[in-house]
Design a protein around this ligand. Structure first.
Ligand SMILES: Cc1cc2nc3c(=O)[nH]c(=O)nc-3n(C[C@H](O)[C@H](O)[C@H](O)COP(=O)(O)OP(=O)(O)OC[C@H]3O[C@@H](n4cnc5c(N)ncnc54)[C@H](O)[C@@H]3O)c2cc1C
Length: 484
């Protein structure tokens, strides 16, 4: 499919996009803006079930979008939203005090806003790590500066991976060991990586760590619930303006492939069939194993799909705290090695209250329970653990329990139900030095992936849509339309 060669597909659509999370919405809109006739299918009753805010006890909050990096004006998220014409009325806030306070065992660290400040802050906590910290910050900067996504002076390239000397295949931990960093510093950076990317310090490729953390260091922020509502309304408006056919309550049951390994269309669970020779799926890549007749997949690719690891699922409890103005609360990330416990807290606002969102990360290897009674028991145990740690261990939050009203409590299986992502995995496929995500092209003609197969998080989802467009359209022409 190319902007210049394909005529409108007479028997159907130029492209069918499956799943209307942030990656599917972004991809469908880009392709429609680039002149393609697009259909978008979503199994849920509305778009973006994972991040769509909802109300409980009068408070509104998003299940799956709480914080992002690269949130300043002029940075990559703003560039994408502007090209897509989505910015109007979208309320966002920057975390002026920085990303978070991070508690690792007995130590607490503050991660301020701005690379220089992060460097200075790390130097005060780890005075013996001067060289390692200088090298680390320099390398984060270098990786970001070498990517055209973050440095607008560079020409776009089609390669999904950012290449820079030597470190593409090295993990964060390997790089820090080469810099002779202390154990404490490596543990702190690994904790940040694990919570924000889903891969531990010894797993995460340094470049992935650098592109995600680079943004969280420079400009951490969040869209308010109203902001996300508006963003999604704007997506709908633009999809409509560019003639995208949106099919809600439409679960794609099968991707139809002919005998020559070409996609020819999809079958929806109500039996209807829609044709296109280009299908872009944004659901968990492992679902391909049930949506495609598996004899059509090359055995080696089938194995790759089976073996790919998912990132963790999360237990999430939402609380409202009234009269919050006297309380100074930052985001927290808390890691206890002895208990193998990672939890976090993010802050947002709804009406006149502070909305706290507590996360307890499930160990990534644990399959979900299927028995309802067992689920109930596990959920209760996890909530007790979450509350005990948030309100008793995190400095600054002690004693707040009595003032915090539990609004809702979501479990990994709630997320699996919302999105069909295996085990409710938060960031999709785990990015490791041995498995740098999937490529967009599935080895079946006309079948592509975006979203959680490619990159983690909100930014990663958007990025995956733009990245696919760079593969399909003439990259320099497309990129100049995005950046001008
Ligand atoms: C608890 C939690 C908190 C998070 N917090 C943050 C955060 O603060 N910041 C951040 O950057 N990221 C966060 N993330 C990750 C982020 O939400 C995701 O990476 C991102 O939203 C994924 O978007 P996506 O489009 O790739 O996938 P999804 O949003 O999962 O979209 C896939 C869509 O496909 C649909 N679908 C599935 N199967 C079918 C089918 N057969 N037919 C039709 N439709 C189908 C699903 O219903 C879904 O709408 C969080 C995730 C979780 C679970």
């Amino acid at each position: 499919m190319s902007n210049h060669q394909s005529p409108i597909n007479k028997n159907g659509y130029d492209a069918i996009v499956v799943g209307s999370g942030i990656s599917g919405l972004t991809t469908a809109l880009i392709f429609a803006k680039e002149g393609k006739k697009v259909a978008l299918f979503e199994r849920d009753g509305d778009i973006a079930p994972l991040i769509r805010p909802y109300k409980r006890k009068g408070f509104e909050f998003s299940p799956g979008l709480h914080i992002s990096g690269w949130m300043d004006e002029g940075e990559v998220i703003a560039t994408f939203l502007q090209y897509l014409n989505l910015t109007d009325g979208v309320e966002k806030q920057l975390h002026k005090s920085g990303l978070a306070n991070v508690v690792v065992g007995p130590n607490e660290y503050h991660i301020p806003k701005g690379l220089d400040k992060v460097k200075r802050s790390l130097l005060t906590y780890f005075p013996d790590d001067v060289e390692a910290i200088n090298n680390y910050i320099e390398l984060i900067n270098e990786v970001n500066e070498k990517s055209f996504y973050f440095n607008k002076k560079l020409k776009p390239s089609r390669n999904k991976q950012v290449k820079f000397t030597g470190s593409t295949s090295l993990s964060l931990q390997d790089v820090m060991k080469q810099f002779r960093a202390s154990k404490g510093l490596i543990e702190l950076l690994g904790t940040l990586s694990y919570f924000l990317i889903g891969s531990r310090g010894e797993e995460v490729p340094f470049d992935v760590h650098a592109f995600v953390l680079g943004g969280f260091y420079r400009s951490p922020g969040f869209f308010t619930a109203k902001g996300i509502d508006r963003l999604l309304a704007n997506y709908k408006r633009e999809l409509n303006r560019f003639g995208v056919d949106l099919f809600l309550n439409s679960e794609v049951a099968e991707i139809i492939i002919d005998d020559h390994r070409n996609v020819i269309g999809i079958k929806v669970s109500n039996g209807s069939q829609y044709n296109s020779s280009n299908i872009i799926v944004s659901f968990s890549p492992k679902l391909l194993l049930e949506k495609i007749k598996t004899e059509k997949l090359r055995p080696i690719y089938k194995e790759r799909l089976e073996e790919a690891e998912n990132t963790f699922g999360i237990y999430v409890a939402f609380y409202a705290v009234k009269d919050y103005r006297n309380i100074e609360i930052d985001n927290y990330i808390y890691y206890n090695d002895n208990l193998n416990l990672t939890l976090a807290l993010t802050t947002n606002y709804s009406e006149d209250s502070l909305v706290l969102c507590g996360f307890l990360i499930e160990s990534d290897a644990v399959p979900l329970p299927y028995d309802a009674k067992l689920k109930e028991e596990i959920a209760k145990e996890k909530l007790d653990l979450l509350e005990d740690n948030i309100f008793n261990q995190i400095p600054g939050l002690t004693g707040l329990e009595n003032r915090a009203l539990l609004l809702d409590y979501l479990k990994p299986w709630s997320f699996e139900r919302y999105t069909k992502t295996i085990n409710g995995s938060a960031y999709g496929i785990k990015q490791t030095v041995n498995f740098h995500g999937f490529q967009h092209r599935v080895p079946i003609n006309g079948l592509y992936m975006v979203g959680q197969a490619i990159y983690p998080g909100f930014l990663g989802s958007m990025l995956s849509g733009f990245n696919l467009a760079l593969e399909i359209f003439k990259p320099e022409d497309f990129w100049s339309r995005v950046t001008n």
